[in-house]
Write a protein that binds this ligand. Structure first.
Ligand code: NAP
Length: 281
């Protein structure tokens, strides 16, 4: 079997089209554009690139972006105060704190200063709990994007065995919770898991979210499984050995062009939702 490719660029483009249309409607009705505030602390070049990309995408879909850039030596208290001010500002709909923040800052405290109604990146404990309890709330963007990809390709989840490799708070853990909410039987694997290959062999759906190039081998993939590779390693390499996995999978995401494009699309979709909810208060 040679796998069909899950085309994340295509699915993201369709989502962005809807966002552009609905953003224009929002702007017409409310006399202002939906606004995403991005907060960046320090000088990390890749963080600057990520924030620039997100701001450019805001402009492309007709949203406003507010940029807060703080020096490396910013204290936790100063960052919390800055984010709390954005949380209280009625002209700001969504808040994104680019992470990682410098090591001396309490990242959790900074995240928790984001008002839940503006947590469009899905990083607060409130949003995490909403995902865990299957209540309304914002998703972590990459996990939310993975679910949208699975839905776009009509992958059945109820009763299916999903194996998630990775348990980070922004990716592995929440994607497992979203899959569980859709009635999949979920196994989490991580760095202490014994015999990773045996777990992956059992999976109807594999989500690789590790950050280790080609850790998941093609021979581990069950014939006909669906493979989602969220990994993004230097040199455009994913966490799955794509060439060999594509020989056995039914559906597979490429890297790049699979999960990646969905993350920003979900961020913008959730910013629009935040704006619309605020507008209806
Ligand atoms: P992370 O915080 O470093 O977490 C990595 C996870 O992988 C941890 O749970 C770790 O286990 C587990 N792990 C490490 N080595 C392992 C091994 N040998 N076997 C099994 N599990 C192992 O990384 P992350 O932020 O979740 O990101 C993971 C990957 O996704 C990275 O490549 C990142 O670039 C990519 N990513 C992509 C997007 C996107 O938009 N496409 C967004 C976010 C992240 P422990 O918990 O035991 O340490």
């Amino acid at each position: 079997m040679t796998a069909r490719i899950i085309d994340g660029r295509n699915v993201a483009a369709a989502l962005l089209e809807t966002i552009i249309r609905e953003t224009a409607q929002f702007t017409q009705i409310h006399g202002r554009r939906p606004c995403l505030a991005t907060v960046l602390v320090g000088d990390d070049p890749s963080s600057h690139t990520y924030v620039r990309m997100k701001r450019n995408r805001c402009a492309e879909v007709g949203m406003e972006s507010r940029y807060v850039e703080l020096p490396e030596e910013t204290t936790t208290a100063a960052l919390v105060a800055e984010i709390a001010a954005l949380s209280a500002d009625p002209t700001v709909d969504g808040i994104l704190l680019q992470h990682p923040v410098p090591a001396h800052i309490d990242e959790r405290a900074a995240f928790e200063a984001i008002a839940p109604a503006k947590d469009v990146d899905g990083v607060t404990m409130h949003s995490f709990a909403a995902m865990a309890f299957n209540e309304r709330g914002f998703h972590s963007c990459t996990p939310g994007g993975i679910l949208r990809l699975l839905d776009a390709y009509e992958v059945p989840l109820a009763g299916q065995h999903a194996v998630v490799v990775g348990r980070s708070p922004i990716l592995g853990k929440p994607v497992g919770m979203l899959l569980l909410a859709r009635d999949a039987t979920v196994t989490y694997c991580h760095s202490r898991t014994r015999d990773l290959a045996e777990h992956v062999r059992e999976a109807d759906v594999v989500v690789a979210a590790v950050g280790r190039p080609e850790l998941v081998r093609g021979e581990w993939i069950k014939d006909g499984a669906v493979v989602i590779d969220a990994g993004y390693n230097p040199g455009n390499v994913g966490d799955v050995d794509y060439a060999s996995a594509a020989q056995r999978a039914r559906l597979i995401t490429p890297v790049p062009g699979g999960v990646g494009p969905m993350t920003i699309a979900v961020l913008l979709e959730q910013t629009l939702t935040a704006a619309t909810s605020a507008g209806s208060d």
